[in-house]
Design a protein around this ligand. Structure first.
Ligand code: MBD
Ligand code: FE
Length: 284
């Protein structure tokens, strides 16, 4: 295989780094005092680790080499979203009403094809996987349906690859922005995602191997759900009986986010309902 057709951590990481640069606005509004406070504490946490653990020069140089490699492999988005983002999400959404959120992860791309409900996500003719009908209603916290709510969904294919991050997959494969109907109801036909291993051949994989950890996330759907006047929620949904629900490497599972699909009447697939409750936008 040529470089272009091989799914490597470096290729996926470079894409994640590029997409982050393209989509996220620079963190320009952090004050000097706040930068000083946060950077001091973060550095102190590392220094305390060195002191308390009596770190050797071999260990210090191993860390230096590894940090250099994280950048070379483009894996800062992966590293941060796997090991740090869950804490940010918990802090930011601590008092939020309505449905639970969880981390976005490194593989979101804005601007996916807009599809009217009932919708089928873009997929290849020979896409592998069990059909999954995912449906429900989007309401506000007082139960009012939200007509035309947007249910943005993206997930990995059966081999664990995301379109636009692994090579050879059509651009918007298994990605879509589904518009709910006049009653806030949505219906999405897709495929059951498989348990997912983060890329193991880059710097993050090197850390996982060196530490004797595992690289698994439970199978998941990623979602961003929004409607005018409501706060957008970023979340993920998981599936009951997945062996990695209790040891997600990204620490992003919450009990409210676990689906339990049933077989469809034709016996060919599975279906599940999940209702999204959006919190009102904060008064300005
Ligand atoms: C993923 O698919 C993901 O959702 C997270 C959080 C990290 C790495 C890959
Ligand atoms: Fe994911």
């Amino acid at each position: 295989m040529s470089v272009e057709t091989t799914a490597t951590a470096a290729a996926s990481g470079a894409n994640a780094t590029e997409k982050f640069r393209a989509n996220k606005t620079a963190a320009a509004q952090v004050s000097t005092a706040r930068v000083s406070q946060l950077a001091s504490r973060a550095i102190k946490a590392l220094v305390d680790t060195v002191t308390e653990e009596k770190v050797t020069y071999d260990e210090y140089n191993a860390l230096k080499a590894w940090l250099i490699r994280v950048g070379e492999d483009g894996e800062w988005p992966l590293f941060l979203d796997v090991w740090i983002e869950h804490a940010v999400e918990e802090v930011v959404n601590a008092d939020r009403e309505g449905s639970k959120g969880t981390i976005e992860g490194p593989y979101y791309v804005p601007g996916s094809p807009v599809l009217q409900s009932p919708a089928t996500l873009p997929q290849r003719e020979d896409e592998v996987g069990t059909p999954l009908l995912f449906q429900g209603q989007v309401t506000s916290v007082d139960g009012t349906p939200l007509p035309g709510a947007h249910v943005e969904i993206w997930h990995a294919d059966d081999a664990g690859y995301y379109s636009q991050f692994a090579p050879g997959i059509p651009e918007w494969n298994l990605r879509g922005t589904v518009v709910a109907d006049a009653d806030g109801n949505y219906q999405i036909n897709t495929l059951q995602p498989a348990p997912y291993q983060i890329p193991t051949d880059g710097a993050c994989g090197q850390l996982i191997t060196a530490a004797g950890w595992h690289a698994w996330r439970p199978a998941h759907l990623h979602l961003k759900v929004s409607a005018p006047g409501q706060q957008l929620i970023t979340t993920q949904l998981y599936f009951t009986a997945d062996e990695h629900l209790s040891d997600d490497i990204a620490s992003a599972v919450k009990p409210e986010l676990i689906l339990d699909p049933s077989p469809t009447s034709d016996g060919n697939g599975r279906e599940v309902s999940y209702n999204f409750v959006l919190a009102p936008e904060e008064a300005k």
